[in-house]
Ligand binder design. Structure first.
Ligand code: PLP
Length: 440
């Protein structure tokens, strides 16, 4: 066991819950394809894609080569100011914009998803200031949605348990129920109508809510877009998880024929080979910024934004996605996974719902978790015992099955067999030595 007193790393949310169980043999040390290996030599199928981001798998030859080449050619270049942007940033922005819905024409690179979300909120307000509408500054998001951590992103995240961790967050943020909540189909328009659309700068939504796999319908999103257009509200679509292939296309917006004012990408943009995110701007927003007087600049950014090595990885990802084979695989294997999970639900009464699209599915255990708060983690641990890593969702009693987009039929069957076996074992009374192990 690792000694908590001498352990220098502190990144985990609940360290005590980990260190008491952490065995040095369990550290992850290598990855290959859709699998990772621990120091003890055991390989696992990574059905959580790292942190939902390793879309093209580990040790992908094209990505490894692109990162290696870029680190040798230019290991850093600043995005601050445009006196001399890096060549690769200009190249990558053009390549990315060409894959996004028409009307999304300009790209701002940042470092991570939360920062992209915060930038979108601040950028929307900045545009209002430029327009002479300083009171149109409220940003609205959905209860149950997740947009990352940090004073802005946590505020927009609609999970109350995350709102009280560090004191006051970004002000002038409100939440409304999503269409999956009872009566939620009409809530957005009616609550926003009551609140006063003239005070609302932007609405931020995930097209598929990761915390629970709720797929927002085409009609709902188009009605929301129309409401936003009618009331001059910026529609921000957070595709940090759904973007870059996860739903079987570059974006969910593309699948739904939706053009937001701001579209946010992260995670799969580099398949996790390095950190970068993108705030993608509509022509309309861009024009306002472009036409603004020089002294009214948008002061936001960070040292490693648009890091050339990350952009090297992003260009390689775009290259791999270009022939559409990965998207076709998402459609085919996603269907197989969905069917497999539904069959599991039919066999195991503990499963109360299976929701999702593409290659992202939540498996919910509402009743079992109400009786046993560790139930979901126990399923995860039982699946891990069977060689498959899945994610636990904290806000809803569910697991997320979100494998790399390059899974093959045998991998999908392996994931389903592991979950099936895990649920049977739990029904037969099996319990892990400590059900709290690694619960966050
Ligand atoms: C929809 C969505 N937005 C934003 C984020 C935050 O991204 P990051 O973890 O890169 O800050 C996440 C991360 O899980 C996400 O799923």
């Amino acid at each position: 066991m690792i000694d908590p007193g001498s352990f220098k790393l502190w990144n985990s949310t609940a360290m005590a819950a980990h260190l008491s169980y952490l065995d040095p043999d369990e550290l992850i040390v290598e990855g290959e394809g859709v699998r990772v290996r621990d120091a003890g030599g055991r390989w696992f199928l990574d059905a959580r894609s790292g942190f939902w981001n390793v879309t093209l798998g580990y040790r992908h030859p094209a990505l490894v080569a692109a990162v290696r080449e870029q680190v040798e050619r230019l290991s850093y270049g600043s995005m601050w100011g445009y006196g001399r942007p890096t060549g690769i940033a200009v190249e990558c922005a053009a390549a990315l914009a060409s894959r996004l819905p028409e009307g999304i024409e300009h790209i701002r690179f940042q470092s991570n998803g939360a920062q992209a979300v915060e930038t979108a909120a601040l950028l929307s307000r900045h545009v209002r200031l430029l327009e002479g509408q300083p009171h149109k500054n409220t940003v609205v998001s959905m209860w149950g949605g997740f947009h990352g951590f940090g004073p802005g992103a946590s505020a927009l995240t609609g999970l109350p348990y995350l709102h009280y961790h560090a004191g006051p967050l970004l002000p002038e943020v409100i939440h409304v129920p999503g269409p999956h909540a009872p009566g939620g189909e009409e809530a957005f328009a009616s609550i926003l109508g009551d609140y006063g659309p003239e005070r609302i700068s932007a609405v931020v939504v995930e097209p598929v809510i990761g915390e629970g796999g709720h797929v927002l319908g085409r009609d709902y999103l188009h009605r929301l877009a129309a409401f936003c257009r009618e009331h001059d509200i910026h529609l921000v679509v957070d595709e940090v998880t759904t973007g870059m292939g996860r739903v079987g296309a570059y974006t969910r917006c593309e699948q739904l024929g939706l053009t937001p004012d701001l579209l946010l990408l992260g995670k799969g943009l580099t398949s996790g080979y390095a950190g970068v995110s993108a705030v993608c701007l509509s022509e309309r927003i861009y024009r306002t910024l472009y036409d603004a007087p020089l002294e009214r600049f948008f002061a936001a950014g960070s040292t490693h934004d648009g890091h050339p090595v990350a952009l090297g990885a992003a260009l390689a990802v775009l290259d791999v996605l270009a022939d559409g084979e990965v998207f076709a695989n998402v459609a085919e294997q996603g269907k197989r996974l969905h069917t497999g999970l539904q069959e599991i639900a039919a066999r195991h009464p503990s499963v109360t719902a299976v929701r999702g699209t593409g290659l992202m599915y939540a498996v919910e255990f509402a009743e079992a978790a109400a009786q046993d708060p560790w139930f979901v983690n126990k399923v995860r641990l039982a699946a891990e015992d069977r060689g498959v890593l899945v994610a636990v969702l904290n806000a809803v009693p569910a697991l997320m099955v979100i494998p790399p987009l390059v899974v093959e039929q045998g991998d999908v069957d392996e994931i389903c067999a592991a979950l099936d076996g895990a649920l049977s074992a739990l029904a037969d009374g099996w319990s892990p030595p400590d059900p709290a192990k690694g619960f966050v």
